[in-house]
Design a protein around this ligand. Structure first.
Ligand code: PLP
Length: 404
């Protein structure tokens, strides 16, 4: 970076990185443009289409003139649909003034952290976690405190680990179940154990990121902290959205619920950035939340079948190991057995960044674990056709057989 650049760009932007998954997807696009055959399983979005009735509702809204600015953090119709969703699916009683809608769950999370973090404030993040938590925390001037979990604990944070991670500077605990990238799902019992710790620390707040609520396997029941521990409700902000549940990533519509004071502060912030989320996307989200829900279950069953096939294949590739994810659409694969091995090109695989860089040469784009806070791993998204997943496993298998 030259002198001129250094004066132009802020310290804040210097703390902001491109995520491992976006970087892997971008590299795959570049290679493809250059004619290389690359399978990309890096992106975190359902490969299905937005349901027809949602698209029709959006079209009707546009024709009816819903193409103007709206209330900053959501129309009354959208807030009513979100209140209804929390009641119906989670047994949570919110009022419209508890609800905040933005351009994706990501903007909602960004608003929460920007509205609450001062320099030095700590955010406890179980590792592995979605990379954005740490990155937004940095951007907002806070300090991420990664707490490593392990396959033995199902990649879940224990009450003891939470207790040990809390300091006088702790502002937030980040919880995400089902988890991106590990697929871990917290049971009500496990959440109650964490709630027991949180009760003893009245200055600690919790973000419950429920974005993958409906991608749940083996008949598991979804549990969310605000419902399991109502005594903590005024210290919980629950994030959700239509991206993953209804295959609506491109519509950019996420939402959250929590204390009015926080929701108002978030609206002040959003009023100085993007204003309202797209009026058309809000109308679409109303249709998604209020409409038939069968498609959600059907799609989760498709993800489960793919998970089963993928985990079966991964289990027999020498040097790799993984836990079957309990939800979401990612497998977090340990490549510890590949480290220290030599590639046919003559290099030695030292870490998971080396592994994914080498796999890219073998025609497979995957994000490495370092970005998610726990190495040595890489993440495989199974939001892709079975045939593509099979071909990806063929490539992993072939790659493994060339290591010496
Ligand atoms: N939370 C988690 C754990 C995610 O993986 C994502 C997207 O990848 C989001 C939130 C945000 O999704 P969106 O901004 O599309 O609503």
């Amino acid at each position: 970076m030259g002198q001129a650049d250094r004066t132009l760009l802020s310290a804040r932007i210097a703390r902001t990185r491109i995520s491992a998954s976006a970087a892997a997807a971008q590299r795959a696009r570049e290679l493809r443009a250059a004619g290389v055959d690359v399978i990309e399983l890096a992106q975190g979005e359902p490969d299905f289409n937005t349901p027809d009735h949602v698209i029709e509702a959006a079209t009707r809204a546009m024709r009816a003139g819903q193409t103007h600015y709206t209330q900053v953090d959501g129309t009354p119709e959208l807030k009513a649909a979100i209140v209804g969703k929390f009641k119906r699916e989670n047994g949570l009683e919110y009022k419209p003034e508890n609800i905040s809608a933005g351009a994706g769950g990501k903007q909602v999370l960004h608003n929460v952290l920007m509205a609450t973090l001062d320099p030095g404030d700590e955010v406890v993040i179980p590792a592995p976690s979605w990379v954005a938590y740490a990155d937004i925390t940095h951007y907002a001037g806070g300090t991420p405190v990664w707490v490593p979990t392990s396959p033995e604990s199902g990649f879940k944070l224990s009450a003891g680990q939470l207790e040990a991670a809390i300091t006088p500077r702790t502002k937030w605990l980040m919880l995400n179940s089902p988890s991106n990238p590990s697929g871990a799902v917290y049971s009500a019992e496990e959440l109650r154990a964490l709630a027991g710790v949180l009760e003893r620390h009245p200055a600690v707040w919790t973000i419950s990121d429920d974005m993958y609520e409906h991608v749940l396997f083996d008949g598991r029941k979804f549990a969310t902290l605000a419902a399991v521990a109502p005594q903590l409700a005024d210290r919980i902000f629950t994030v959700n959205g239509v991206s993953k549940t209804y295959a609506m990533t491109g519509w950019r519509l996420g939402y959250g619920a929590g204390p009015v004071e926080l929701v108002r502060a978030m609206a002040r912030l959003q009023a100085q950035s993007s204003l309202n989320p797209s009026s058309v996307s809000q109308a679409a989200a109303v249709a998604a939340l209020n409409g038939p829900q069968d498609i959600v279950r059907e799609r989760s069953a498709i993800f489960e079948a793919r998970r089963n096939a993928l985990v079966r294949r991964l289990a027999v590739i020498p040097g790799l190991a993984c836990q079957p994810p309990e939800g979401a659409f990612y497998v977090y694969v340990s490549c510890a057995g590949w480290l220290g091995r030599r590639t046919p090109q003559g290099g030695t695989l030292q870490n998971d960044a080396d592994v994914t860089a080498w796999l890219l040469e073998a025609g497979l784009a995957l994000p490495n674990g370092a970005g998610y806070g726990l190495s040595p791993y890489f993440r495989v998204s199974f939001a892709a056709e079975q045939a593509l997943l099979d071909r990806a496993c063929d490539r992993l298998d072939a790659a493994a057989s060339t290591l010496s």
